[in-house]
Design a protein around this ligand. Structure first.
Ligand code: GRF
Length: 221
């Protein structure tokens, strides 16, 4: 009997490279999930073109057509429920999620953010990490709560910040890791191995990480 697949909606406002990595891993059956809806608030989103190319159900609900956040979210919720969505995956979705949305999908909305949270929530965070002089940045997959990039953390990947980095080179290094950890987090949820305990998230059966990163690396003595 075929394995039951987790029914995903991917919500994206931009180019959709994270969407693409999820499409690819669903198609190659590396994750036990299927995308049942790609939804954008932006009619020009590259993500919609990627959904079209992959022959996935997709739609645009333009936030500009709605008087307020709640009515927009109600429309989005209706589309997700209609598609039988089990997990909502935000992938560069540039809208704040309102309370009605959280209530409709409790602990069932995840996001990816291009910094090591709780450092640098919000926008333009690769630039902020560079300007701050941090030696590491990275990306974080987390559950969405009613704050900005503040929900319980599922997975993180750290990348070094190099002396000659630009915002673009750092963003690219982080993005490569995003494409790895986002599908991985979805798979953990599909396998029902993720438990939220207060602020902390337990991953059942996870290997212990013993890697310590130092940047720049220590010189051998
Ligand atoms: C990514 O950097 C993601 O972390 C952030 O928005 C960006 C989306 O990129 N939330 P893409 O549209 O998936 O290429």
């Amino acid at each position: 009997m075929a394995k039951k697949k987790l029914r995903l909606a991917v919500l994206a406002s931009g180019g959709g490279t994270n969407l693409q990595s999820i499409i690819d891993q669903c198609q190659s059956e590396q994750i036990d999930a299927e995308i049942v809806l790609v939804l954008s608030n932006n009619p020009d989103a590259g993500a919609l073109a990627r959904a079209e190319d992959a022959e996935l159900p997709h739609c645009c609900i333009n936030h500009r057509d709605f008087a307020d956040r709640e009515t927009f979210d109600q429309q989005v919720i209706a589309a997700l429920q209609e598609a039988g969505v089990e997990l909502v995956v935000l992938a560069g979705f540039m809208r704040i999620i309102s309370k009605v949305f959280l209530v409709a999908f409790p602990h069932r909305i995840i996001n990816i953010h291009p910094s090591l949270l709780p450092a640098f929530p919000g926008l333009h965070v690769q630039k902020k990490a560079l300007e701050y002089g941090a030696r590491f940045s990275g990306c974080t997959v987390h559950f969405v709560d009613d704050g900005v990039d503040s929900g319980p953390i599922i997975l993180q990947a750290a990348v070094p910040i190099l002396d000659d980095d630009t915002e673009d080179s750092l963003s690219e290094r982080i993005l490569q890791q995003e494409h790895k950890i986002y599908p991985q987090a979805i798979q953990l949820i599909a396998e029902n191995r993720v438990r939220i305990e207060g602020r902390r998230v337990k991953i059942l059966g996870a290997e212990k990480s013993t890697n310590t990163l130092i940047n720049p690396p220590l010189r051998a003595l």
